[in-house]
Design a protein around this ligand. Structure first.
Ligand code: KG4
Ligand code: ZN
Length: 352
């Protein structure tokens, strides 16, 4: 089985051709960083236009590198949401057109399911498993029971963790995206120099909150003043912020590990996915947290953590195997929770 995957939900235009034996036949990714940089964040209209401009060529290149034509495909998968709607429309429309012309099934993929199943593209990983999904728009703990079957154990009450990295990086003058910049700078800093808060740490449950941490970083910067914000102070703040995030993620995940163990007799693996799971410090910390609870830890290679086409193609393969194809009148979804039965959370958690 061979599936073409298309990802256009944010600021990366990506395509990949993946085979059901876990071989990525070809993949291409075009980052729009340069186009958004001077605005200090992603501008949805610019993103949509850039996807429209580059996607056809990117798909052609990916198909050529994979050595297949559309007739050799078993399905065409595209991110159908959640995300910036202009970009999602571009990807979905393109995928539908290919599917219609080639007479192949179309698969609308929930971007979050792409992240959630990405670990299964790298190794044989049976359901159920506990998933920490940490990206620019989401921060959730979920029990993954199967394809399309998720139980949310916790979510953020305000900012997503990647969003917190990006906002903190902006405060520190590091530019976008903030995660990799903070991780790099934190290596030179002393995490104990500034006492930053650990929101919800030690509280029952598995929910997250990051806005207080961001505010504390802003207050520390204001207290330092322009002269006090030396390169060393910046590094210490980056390290302090990352350490606080690590403590919070470890604490909330520890609670989720207990809840998961109580609910599921099988499945003793913690998976981290999404852009923030690319962070080495956080990966090590989560591995230790899983180990204490007797769980194995798994995080896909870094380029599979941040947005990519291969995870969309793989989710397409998983759904195609189960016959879960979509009609050509599928409407792109700006919001699309993995667990529709989870109670509404306040703040950004509502997005998912
Ligand atoms: O999954 P992703 O590529 O896009 C979304 O679906 O949101 O995640 C992007 C987020 C950004 O907020 C970015 O700052 C963060 O992931 N990120 C990181 C790292 N690499 C990317 N955060 C912390 N450490 C990193 N190394
Ligand atoms: Zn993503």
């Amino acid at each position: 089985m061979i599936v073409l995957g298309i990802e256009t939900s944010c600021d990366e235009t990506a395509a990949a051709v993946v085979r059901d034996d876990r071989t990525v036949l070809a993949e291409r990714l075009l980052s729009q960083l340069a186009e958004h940089r001077r605005y200090g964040g992603i501008v949805p209209e610019i993103a949509a236009r850039a996807h429209l401009e580059h996607l056809d060529r990117l798909i052609a290149e990916t198909m050529e590198a994979a050595g297949v034509d559309f007739t050799a495909l078993d399905g065409i998968a595209a991110t159908g949401g959640p995300g910036l709607i202009g970009g999602v429309i571009v990807g979905v429309t393109t995928a539908k057109a290919i599917a219609a012309v080639a007479g192949k099934p179309f698969l609308a993929i929930n971007h979050l399911e792409g992240h959630a199943l990405s670990a299964r593209l790298t190794v044989e990983l049976p359901f159920p498993y506990l998933l920490l999904l940490v990206s620019g728009g989401h921060c959730q703990l979920l029990a993954v029971e199967g394809v399309g079957r998720y139980k949310r154990l916790g979510t953020t009450l305000d900012d997503a963790v990647g969003e917190a990295f990006d906002k903190c990086a902006k405060l520190l003058g590091l530019g976008y995206p903030g995660g990799p910049a903070i991780e790099r700078l934190a290596r030179e800093g002393d995490a104990r120099k500034y006492r930053l808060p650990r929101p919800l740490l030690g509280r029952p449950g598995c929910d997250f909150s990051f806005s207080g941490l961001k505010t504390a970083v802003r207050q520390a910067i204001e207290a330092l003043g322009v002269d006090g914000l030396t390169p060393a102070a910046l590094a210490d703040l980056a390290a302090g912020f990352q350490a606080a995030v690590a403590d919070v993620l470890a604490d909330r995940t520890r609670h989720a590990l207990s809840a998961f163990r109580a609910r599921y007799a099988r499945g003793r693996t913690l998976v981290a996915a999404g852009g923030v799971a690319a962070n080495e410090t956080l990966r090590k910390r989560l591995e230790a947290t899983a180990g204490v609870a007797g769980f194995a830890f798994l995080a896909p290679p870094q380029k599979l953590c941040t947005d990519n086409g291969a995870m969309i193609a793989w989710a397409g393969i998983e759904r195609l195997r189960l016959g879960l194809t979509d009609a050509l009148d599928f409407a792109p979804r700006p919001r699309w929770p993995l667990d529709p039965n989870a109670p509404k959370a306040i703040g950004a958690g509502v997005k998912a």
